[in-house]
Design a protein around this ligand. Structure first.
Ligand SMILES: [Zn+2]
Length: 123
């Protein structure tokens, strides 16, 4: 008798319990990510030359989606199923209006430089 009354509760609660680790992971990453308002002028003043061909680079904003997954050349594993936990800090936006990373790109040799000291919000 009692078990039939608790069954619908289990159906409701089980999916929520399964989502709890994801919720806490996203909250942890959101708190760890440093974000500030984007300063376009400061970004333009920070002129970079391409590390590959030494041409002046164009400033811009990069959205990295699931984050910048970094792997050392000799590292084993990861690859296809790169986890959100392997992303470099300040490269995953948890905001509804996504935050970006300051970046520079070289239009001559298709090289990009990403700044992940913090993320920036564009108003
Ligand atoms: Zn270049």
């Amino acid at each position: 008798m009692e078990s039939t009354e608790t069954f619908p509760w289990l159906l409701l609660v089980s999916p929520l319990l399964a989502l709890l680790p994801i919720y806490f992971l996203l909250r942890y990453i959101g708190r760890k990510t440093q974000t500030e308002d984007y300063d376009k002028r400061a970004h333009r003043r920070e002129a970079l030359n391409c590390p590959r061909c030494q041409q002046p680079m164009q400033p811009g904003l990069a959205m990295l989606g699931r984050g910048l997954i970094w792997r050392e050349p000799d590292a084993v594993g990861a690859g296809t199923f790169a986890m959100i936990t392997q992303a470099l800090p300040n490269t995953i936006s948890m905001n509804i209006r996504p935050a970006y990373n300051r970046a520079w790109r070289c239009q001559h040799c298709s090289t990009a430089v990403i700044d992940y000291t913090k993320m920036v919000k564009v108003s």
